[in-house]
Unconditional design. Structure first.
Lengths: 100, 474
């Protein structure tokens, strides 16, 4: 195995992706992701300098509608399926704490 | 060929009053009660709603109403399509118990056409997998041999049709998730052109690749379903602003004079029994008057890499919404960041976490150009290869899956081994083209083999013509 990425890389990626995973999982994912990146090296030597990246099957055009009032989702129904709601809004714990 | 009544026949019988919608529903619910415990095609069977719906349809038909082209047809929906007030889980703990406040566009369309929903089908969590072994609620079994997988990710939808639990079903296909399980369960599966069917209300996996399509026993049923669910939808910004194609009417026109592409540089990996059926399909089409032409798709072997960088990258972004705030489950914590990270760690399964991390890595500063950016360029090469091939061919034929249905656990140890199941289906999604799998005989262990028909953008007519000929020759 080539060691394209380290356990520290994977731990950082997990933090960025907001996934609280154990040290054992970090080790396991490191090995698996490293194996995948090894396989993905098959495109390393392709000459791609002049190739335009393709993000979508077709060119996208902005879709707009007339700015008039329309029916929308029912507020009570939407908040009713949320983990916590209060006074017509989603309720979350305070944001204080570490941020990467 | 199947022993089950086709959707087309059911709709005709119910609309004419020859058979009640209620009796059709009971017949299917009975089959579900007989075999569902063994097969586990469903996350939820909506028998009460189905019976009420059938009674309503029968009453309307008795009043002389035309209830639509799917009158009384029992249909199963992959559990990643939103159904208002009915749980939609994506086979993930993070969404367990969530009831969407709206319907997917395809759900509204099928309802308007007179269909009866019998349940929500199992899938690999968030449609990430090729065997339906990655469901948080347990695997689905192949109805033809329950020691084997049904394929995935729409394994529940394929199994529901193969077992006769529903006449037809809908799945979603991001890298083969309709076509591969269709092949492994011996049914027809269609991935329409990207943008032909609205994705509004389909829980997003990889938005530039996802597409909804039908499973059925017959090519005619697949054509009917595709016609009904296709068409422009202003709620999907990638919807093609054109009317739905007419597909049922092209069946039976034959393939006389059509050019069928054979990939001269097909990537290795398909088993001999699968390749033998592909050869037989070429012979059948030639006999029916088509010409076989060799085409080259030199970048095809890089499709797997491009796909497994692009799809996880898009997924890592799409799945960021599951943070325990607006829907789904939450792990309580004293601060928001811990709540996010604990909720996501507890709610997502192993494969979903792996793909989120792969995607996050491929998009991260310092690696974007080397991975995601490069994959997008390879995607362009593949699309250009297809464009060149379709100058000389109307459709292209390949295997759908490299193997027949495999035993449980055979590919779960190494994620990459599972990813290789998608080698023949992925290129279509990258290009945005339509493709479908048609059962064409059997291979090892007497399990079904599917032949895949690929067509250029909006080439559904040609694709269905070929499918109809293969169906009659199978």
């Amino acid at each position: 195995m080539s060691e394209r990425l380290s356990a520290a890389d994977v731990a950082k990626v997990a933090r960025m992706a907001r996934l609280n995973i154990s040290a054992a999982d970090v080790e396991r994912y490191t090995q698996q992701l490293d194996g995948m990146l090894d396989h993905f090296a098959d495109i390393d030597n392709l000459q791609l300098a002049d190739v335009q990246p393709m993000t979508q099957p077709f060119p996208l055009v902005n879709v707009l509608r007339a700015d008039v009032e329309q029916p929308c989702l029912d507020r009570e129904e939407v908040l009713g399926v949320a983990p916590a709601a209060e006074q017509g809004r989603f309720r979350v714990p305070p944001s204080g704490g570490e941020d990467e | 060929m199947s022993n089950f009544t086709s959707a087309t026949s059911i709709a005709q019988n119910v609309a004419s009053g020859a058979q009640s919608a209620a009796s059709v529903v009971e017949e299917h619910l009975q089959r579900i009660s007989q075999r569902e415990e063994e097969v586990h095609a469903f996350n939820l069977v909506t028998s009460t709603e189905a019976r009420e719906r059938a009674a309503d349809l029968d009453a309307r038909i008795a009043r002389g109403e035309n209830v639509g082209p799917l009158a009384g047809v029992p249909i199963a929906l992959k559990d990643n399509m939103c159904t208002r007030g009915i749980p939609t889980t994506c086979s993930s703990k993070i969404l367990e118990g969530w009831k969407p406040p709206y319907n997917a566009t395809v759900v509204d369309k099928l309802f308007a056409a007179g269909a009866v929903f019998v349940g929500k089908t199992n899938l690999d969590e968030f449609a990430m997998g090729s065997s339906t072994e990655n469901s948080a609620f347990g695997p689905t079994r192949n109805p033809l041999d329950t020691s084997r997988v049904p394929g995935g990710s729409s394994g529940g939808s394929a199994a529901a049709v193969a077992a006769g639990f529903a006449a037809v079903s809908l799945g979603s296909d991001t890298g083969g998730s309709i076509r591969q399980p269709a092949a492994l369960c011996g049914v027809v599966g269609v991935k329409p052109t990207y943008g032909l069917v609205s994705r509004y209300g389909l829980v997003a996996f990889a938005s530039s690749l996802d597409q909804i399509g039908p499973f059925s026993h017959s090519v005619a049923d697949a054509a009917l379903l595709t016609e009904i669910i296709a068409g422009y939808d202003p709620m999907d910004s990638t919807s093609i602003p054109k009317p739905a194609p007419s597909l049922v009417s092209v069946l039976g026109r034959g393939v006389e004079g059509m050019r069928i592409g054979r990939v001269a540089d097909l990537p290795e990996g398909a088993d001999a029994d699968v390749l033998a059926r592909l050869d037989a399909a070429f012979v059948a089409l030639e006999k029916a008057g088509a010409t076989i032409v060799d085409v080259k798709l030199p970048s095809l072997s890089y499709a797997l890499t491009a796909y497994y960088l692009i799809a996880p990258a898009e997924a890592s972004s799409n799945l960021a919404r599951y943070d325990g705030v607006r829907y789904g489950n939450r792990v309580a914590a004293n601060d928001m960041n811990t709540m996010y990270a604990d909720t996501r760690a507890a709610g997502f399964g192993d494969e979903v976490k792996r793909r989120i991390m792969l995607g996050t890595y491929a998009l991260s500063a310092g690696y974007y150009d080397a991975y995601y950016g490069k994959a997008l360029k390879v995607r362009r090469l593949i699309s250009d290869d297809f464009a060149a091939a379709y100058v000389n061919a109307d459709v292209i034929l390949t295997p759908t899956s490299p193997t027949v249905a495999f035993p449980f656990g055979a590919k779960t140890d190494d994620p990459l081994t599972m990813y290789l199941c998608d080698i023949f289906t992925i290129p279509t999604n990258l290009a945005g083209h339509p493709a479908m799998s048609v059962p064409f005989g059997t291979g090892q262990a007497n399990m079904p083999v599917g032949v895949q028909i690929l067509a250029p953008t909006l080439g559904e007519e040609a694709m269905f013509k070929v499918a109809a000929v293969l169906e009659s020759a199978a």
